[in-house]
Design a binder for this molecule. Structure first.
Ligand SMILES: [Zn+2]
Length: 153
């Protein structure tokens, strides 16, 4: 395993901590297609006890690490919607989301409902279970939502 993220999990406190270093390279997907490989991670744009959302370079992306649930789903939706005005697809790196309940999924869908094909939300590295849920309930058909083929499963 390559270890190029400046990411460490502190189990005892349950607090997610980022090690020093402002930028780190996003890893590529295990499969052949790697749309977000080579993107840089930038400054955090949202942090709470269980989740860190970081800006990326190029700027039309966000990387997620941690847990999304009813405690922060509203903030996640707001964070996503705030990034939709760039006139470009918004790419999300989700391979380090350890857990998301249905309210977390709903946050992505809510944001996607505010998007259209031009500024659609593209999910990368989505855990296979979440991908299945989104597909089964038909949310994958939203014009504002795209699940990249690099997603797990
Ligand atoms: Zn992808």
């Amino acid at each position: 395993m390559q270890k190029i993220f400046g990411f460490a999990w502190r189990g005892k406190s349950g607090v997610t901590q980022w090690e020093k270093g402002t930028m780190s390279l996003l890893k590529g997907a295990a499969s052949g297609e790697q749309p977000m490989a080579g993107w840089l991670e930038g400054e955090p744009m949202y942090t709470d006890r269980q989740l860190v959302i970081r800006h990326t370079v190029p700027t039309n992306g966000l990387s997620f690490a941690g847990t999304i649930d009813v405690m922060n789903a509203d903030q996640v939706a707001s964070a996503l919607i705030s990034q939709l005005d760039q006139g470009l697809p918004l790419h999300l790196e989700l391979s380090r989301v350890e857990f998301s309940d249905v309210s977390g999924i709903r946050a992505f869908v809510l944001a996607a409902e505010c998007a259209d094909a031009r500024n659609r939300i593209v999910l990368h590295g989505l855990p296979s279970l979440l991908q299945r849920v989104i597909t089964v309930v038909g949310w994958a058909d939203l014009p504002g939502l795209e699940i990249c083929s690099c997603s797990a499963g």
